[in-house]
Design a protein around this ligand. Sequence first.
Ligand code: PSU
Ligand code: MN
Length: 304
Amino acid sequence: MSQLNFHTSPEVAEALKSGKPIVALESTIISHGLPRPSNLTVAREVEEIVRSRGAVPATIAILDGIVHIGLTDDQLVDIANRDDIAKASSRDLAIIAASGKSAATTVAATAHLAVLAGIHVFATGGLGGVHRGANETFDESADLTALSQLDITIVCAGVKSILDVAATLERLETLAIGVVGFKTTAFPGFYLTDSGFTIEHQVNSAEDIAAVIAQRVALKTNNGLVVANPVAKEMDRARHDAILKSGLEGAEKAGIHGKYVTPFLLEHFHTASEGESLKVNIDIIKSNSALAADIAVASLKTAR
Ligand code: PSU
Ligand code: MN
């Protein structure tokens, strides 16, 4: 990219040039999804997991007005620890860039920038979706509309249980976003391995997913593909349900709306579960990053 405000790290630029497998990683998880100091540890570990499986990590963020595809360790530290990091969805990117500010990118914004850079595999924790009560608030994550327009495969642990899962699955269908379950047809609910909703298609290996990606490209149905990868060990269900209830009530009481809802509820979970949800959240991100790396590697072997 020649624009002054778009910077690709040397590692990612080299990988793009020589056709190596690359995995995009979002930064909102680091700045707004995980508490300090584990956010920085996880951001570093996730990059190492991707490298250890033969792919190149590209963590994406905007720092001081510059879009970065791939961060240095100092920049990871900034994203994890600076207090002036906003949460940017796709619509915010140009505004943040023009004003010289800094922001972590959500799934929607990260996916947009990844595709712009030429990266088509992405790992996150949980996808945004339709919030409970959306029939009145209209609160539906821009993650969904972004994925309906972008050629990207995203590995996630389903959608957060804080959302309306049934409505989210309906919207995924309407928006023609593909959904496959990794070794399951039970749609995962982020902290829980099974949200209670069944999906139609199961895949059992990274090679299976690479084959689906190749067909999507051939058939020109290659907008977003969601790979739903359940966490190995879920949260205690009774505890999960109780914390979810108190979190939703707390958000209502505190008048939390819009983009602040997700960070508020995640923080509530981590505090109220005394770290249990944090541990599960970290497991989710690590396992999704490993699978995304395997998909990126397998995809290179399958003609696109
Ligand atoms: N998954 C996580 N932690 C997070 C998020 C997802 O494990 O913090 C973030 C992602 O960046 C996602 C965003 O895009 O939450 C959704 O926010 P909203 O509901 O405001 O669209
Ligand atoms: Mn929202």
